[in-house]
Ligand binder design. Structure first.
Ligand SMILES: [Zn+2]
Ligand SMILES: [Zn+2]
Length: 253
C-alpha cells in the first residue's frame, strides 16, 4: 500500500519551535486560541460533536487529538496550515523528538504503510490495556487474550527488523535519522523514501504512551454506532486479527 506518511523531521529553519521561542507564552497562547477555533470549525463541518478523525490513519478520536503545523512553521497558525493527527501519525513527522525521548525505534517494513502500522500498534496496545482491565472468568477475557497473543507475536516480528536497520545504517535510533534528514538538501529530503531510506518505518513503544493508550482504550467503547467502520471499534477487532497474521507472513517471507 502506498504510504502518504513517511518518517520525517521538521526542516523549516526560518522559524523556531514554540519551546525554543523566548516569547513562548505569547506564541503558545496564539497557537492555543487558533487551535480552538480550528477544532470548532472542523467539528461544525462534520456535524459531529465529539469525534474527529486523524487525517492520516483515519482513526476516530473523541479527544486527545494533536494539531500539526504542516509547513513546520509554528507561528503560522492559519487553518490551512493545521492538520488533525493521532499521536502516532503526528510524531512520525517529529522523529528527532521521538528518538531523544526513547519512544520508538526505526524498523524495516516495506509491506505495510506507516499509517497502517500506527493503527496496528495502537490497536494492539489498546487490546493489551483492555485485557489488563477485564476480569478473568468472562468470555470477553478469552477473546481478548487470543487477540493479544496474536498481536504480540506480530509486533515482535515487526520490531525484530530493527536489527536489519542497525546493520545497514549503523543505528536504528530515530534521533540519528532526524540529524541525517536535517543535513540533507531539500531535493534529497523530498526523495528520501524512494532512495536511501526505502521501507523504513517508525515503531512506537507502549511505555512512552501510557496516558494516550488508556485514553484510546477507554474511549473506543464510546465511539458511536454510526462509526462501526472505525478501525478501533471492537467489532473490527476480529477482522483486524487476521490482518495481523497476514502481515506476519509478509515479514517472515
Ligand atoms: Zn493517525
Ligand atoms: Zn507537528
Amino acid at each position: 500500500m502506498a504510504s502518504t506518511l513517511f518518517i520525517g523531521a521538521i526542516r523549516n529553519l526560518n522559524t523556531i519551535s514554540r519551546s525554543d521561542n523566548p516569547d513562548f507564552d505569547q506564541a503558545n497562547e496564539e497557537f492555543q486560541a487558533a487551535r480552538e477555533v480550528f477544532i470548532q470549525n472542523r467539528k461544525a463541518r462534520m456535524h459531529n460533536d465529539e469525534e474527529l478523525e486523524c487525517e492520516k490513519c483515519t482513526i476516530a478520536m473523541p479527544k486527545g487529538y494533536h494539531v500539526h503545523h504542516i509547513d513546520g512553521d509554528h507561528q503560522n497558525n492559519k487553518e490551512s496550515n493545521f492538520s488533525i493527527r493521532c499521536p502516532f501519525c503526528h510524531l512520525c513527522e517529529h522523529i528527532g523528538w521521538v528518538g531523544k525521548n526513547r519512544k520508538g525505534v526505526i524498523i524495516y517494513a516495506p509491506d505495510i504503510s506507516q499509517e497502517n502500522l500506527n493503527l496496528l500498534l495502537l490497536t494492539a496496545y489498546c487490546l493489551e490495556f483492555s485485557l489488563s482491565k477485564t476480569s478473568k472468568d468472562t468470555t470477553e477475557y478469552e477473546t481478548l487474550e487470543q487477540l493479544v497473543l496474536q498481536t504480540q507475536s506480530v509486533l515482535k516480528a515487526f520490531e525484530h527488523t530493527k536489527t536489519k536497520v542497525l546493520r545497514n545504517y549503523q543505528t536504528n535510533c530515530p534521533a540519528d535519522f532526524a540529524d541525517t534528514f536535517l543535513a540533507m538538501s531539500e531535493d534529497e529530503y523530498q526523495q528520501r523514501e524512494k532512495n536511501t531510506f526505502y521501507g523504513l518505518r517508525l515503531f512506537f513503544y507502549p511505555d512512552g504512551f501510557k496516558k494516550e493508550i488508556e485514553m484510546f482504550a477507554n474511549s473506543i467503547f464510546q465511539i458511536s454506532d454510526s462509526r462501526k467502520s472505525n478501525p478501533l471499534h471492537p467489532s473490527e477487532w476480529l477482522s483486524r486479527a487476521s490482518i495481523f497474521q497476514n502481515q506476519k507472513k509478509g515479514i517472515e517471507r
